[in-house]
Write a protein that binds this ligand. Structure first.
Ligand code: BGP
Length: 485
């Protein structure tokens, strides 16, 4: 048997991915309003429940705003990218990045989410960042909403639970499309849109303590996001005809624990519940299997006339996803739970887990790339992947992060295999190319970067940037277009 030699396409987009609320800081500078992320406090280790289940009540928000909560809010300060973006982008350029994923913090543009006019200082900041990227020939990939709902929308409409937010979002999207039409050709609507059921506040600024039927509220809010995403797709195509716009999912390839038919069925259901989001975005309609789920959970979605047509008409150009782990499910209650694994599941005996319990599975990436391409026949883009780990700086400041290199090498090798299998893959942006604040725990010590940032969990440090061993490694990967791993 011959082995295919096909490698990464010449125009493959190598780079890194970030989110405004995890890097920028400057949370109340130059007219920025508060966003959901600014309410998220540091979670001490003993209080962690694993995953991303950050829940906040309306009472807690009131107390935070009244200054009655004695906690730190690391996402308000990030790694000060707001003032250091030039230095950081120069480092990305040194690694040879072809693309850099950022998000626009909506509350920097519309401080309350529904203001009459945009905030010019906020718009100017992103102009500066985009210009800096283009200076080095780096393509920006921009997420419109990465867990950053303006807090004003939570207070007024309960975030995305309120239908009014669709119009606010459409106005925001139109504003940034018009402003950056010559500078941004790759867009994403909602980051990990499937986060909503796990954490409605993170996913959509929704506080669920005010509502009776939690699931009803969550899926209604999601419906609003689907419609908003389709409207943004429409606007993007009209305003920037040569741009591509995609959706974004936290992909959980779900395995049956055994070949017992009950396990297999459960895994199939798990995959459906995960791919539901990309089904709506790519196929343009709610899949039939959701009818049963809605019925059995007393969910009656309210759709306005025209909603279904909008979803059908404005489907995405490509599908992007984050991939950190796979998920294994079992029908037997005696199986050991996978503590810390995002979205639960049981322990997969063939996989090792990260220090945060995320089950590492490079082959699962090839499985999922094949499965998704097969299902949608649309280009795919891996916009997050990486290993969160504790790094140890040596006396001379060097950091030998071989574990990170191993993780990335194995995943990239599987991407190459998937391309040989025939998958159309546009690019790869590893998560957190520079250390940043953790999304789920607000730790600084959960590091993903090729670039080290001198800051600890308490927010102490010089914020000095330095290169880890993985920096040179990734630079080589990009320079050889994935041939040398
Ligand atoms: C994804 C989010 C990112 C990011 C990443 C790693 O879910 O889109 O914002 O942070 O996960 O998660 P964490 O920071 O919790 O390790």
């Amino acid at each position: 048997m011959k082995t295919s030699k096909k490698g990464f396409p010449d125009n493959f987009l190598w780079g890194g991915a970030t989110a405004a609320n995890q890097i920028e800081g400057a949370y109340n500078i130059d007219g920025k309003g508060l966003s959901s992320a600014d309410m998220v406090a540091f979670v001490p280790k003993e209080q962690r429940t694993g995953g991303h289940a950050i829940e906040i009540t309306s009472k807690q928000i009131e107390r935070i705003l009244a200054g009655k909560v004695d906690a730190r809010f690391p996402k308000r300060h990030g790694i000060d990218f707001y003032h250091r973006y030039k230095e950081d982008i120069a480092l990305f350029a040194e690694m040879g990045f072809k693309v850099f994923r950022i998000s626009i913090n909506w509350a920097r543009i519309f401080p309350n989410g529904d203001d009459a006019e945009p905030n010019e200082a906020g718009l100017q900041f992103y102009d500066n960042v985009l210009d800096e990227l283009h200076k080095y020939g780096i393509q920006p990939l921009v997420t419109l909403a990465h867990y950053e709902t303006p807090l004003g929308l939570t207070q007024k409409y309960n975030g995305w639970a309120g239908r009014e937010v669709i119009d606010c979002f459409a106005k925001y999207a139109e504003t940034v499309f018009r402003r950056y039409k010559d500078k941004v050709k790759y867009w994403l609507t909602f980051n990990e849109i499937n986060m909503m059921p796990l954490s409605p506040f993170t996913g959509g600024g929704v506080v669920i303590d005010r509502v009776e039927n939690k699931l009803q509220t969550i899926y209604q809010a999601l419906h609003h996001q689907f419609v908003a995403s389709a409207l943004a797709t429409k606007l993007c195509h009209e305003i920037i005809p040569d741009a591509k716009i995609g959706c974004m999912l936290a992909r959980m390839e779900t395995y049956p624990y055994s070949c017992k038919p009950e396990d297999v069925l459960k895994a199939q259901h798990g995959n459906q519940m995960n791919l539901f989001y990309t089904d709506v975005h790519a196929r343009g309609e709610y899949p039939k299997y959701m009818d049963r789920f809605f019925e059995e959970n007393d969910i009656a979605l309210h759709k306005e006339p025209g909603d279904d047509e909008i979803l059908k008409k404005y489907t995405v150009d490509y599908i992007s996803f984050s991939y950190y782990m796979s998920l294994t499910v079992s029908d037997s209650p005696q199986n050991e739970r996978a503590e810390g694994n995002l979205f639960g599941g049981v322990k997969n005996p063939y996989l090792k887990a990260s220090e945060w319990g995320w089950q590492i599975d490079p082959i699962g990436l090839r499985v999922t790339l094949n499965a998704m391409y097969d299902r949608y026949q649309k280009p795919l883009f891996i916009v997050e992947n990486g290993l969160g780990a504790y790094d140890q700086a040596e006396e001379d400041g060097s950091i030998h992060d071989t574990y990170r290199i191993d993780y990335l090498r194995q995943h990239i090798a599987q991407m190459k295999e998937a391309i040989r299998d025939g998958v159309e893959l546009m690019g790869y942006t590893s998560w957190g190319p520079i250390d940043l604040i953790s999304m789920s725990t607000s730790e600084m010590s959960k590091r993903y970067g090729f670039i080290y940032v001198d800051q600890d969990d308490e927010g102490n440090g010089t914020l000095k940037r330095s290169r880890k061993d993985s920096f040179e490694w990734y630079k080589r990967v990009i320079a050889t277009n994935g041939e040398e791993l």
